[in-house]
Design a protein around this ligand. Sequence first.
Ligand SMILES: [Zn+2]
Length: 240
Amino acid sequence: MSILRQAMKHVLAGLLPPRLLLVRGSQSAAGQPLCVSLTFDDGPHPEHTPRLLDALAEAGAQATFFVIGEKARRYPHLLRRIVQEGHELGNHTLSHAEPSQTTAEAFLREVRRTRRLLQDLVGCDTRLVRPPKGELTPAKCVGLWRMGQTIVLWNVDPRDYAMRLRMEIDRWTGQYRPAAGDIVLLHDMYPFAEFAVRELARAEPLQAVRWVSVSHWLGRPSDHTPDVEREVPRCQGVPT
Ligand SMILES: [Zn+2]
């Protein structure tokens, strides 16, 4: 994401309520634990996602997985495991098509199909969308908001997708100083996300951090209480 687009997204996030566009969570109040969200895109992956889930369980962390519909269809058992272990599912479109070559109509169709697919596979609804590469147009935004979706971006990007060696992610975790409300972008289609979680859990300065799913920041009462009016539960972690 270019520096200009980074700046734009922060300006927009300052103008719009988090239920429409979430780039980072809120600051912790004095005396409150420092909360950070880990998010994992582009899975599920048959090798890396189970290992990542093991690492999250050992760390006692909750996270949010923005899954690609076509991969979710291939590995439904991994989706079930994500939900059963208290994590949250988000929608990362059906095929992860290149955003610059995808019309708003095609993009929204992929989001709708993935939402239905996730309902069919794990029996719950999703209201979080992360567009591929974080790229959007006004028409795509409006279409998502009409569907009641929250657009979730990020404010911390270790660039694990560009890494080749374990030492690169170790270097990042060694220098990362979390700030309350951080939303960290990682990918479970690569091995580095698991290493990042293990190192973050081990690092002494980070042991006071509470790792929360993205819905923690939305403050929608319906996200934190059972929704008796809906026929299907939402795919999200245990309320935090
Ligand atoms: Zn992606």
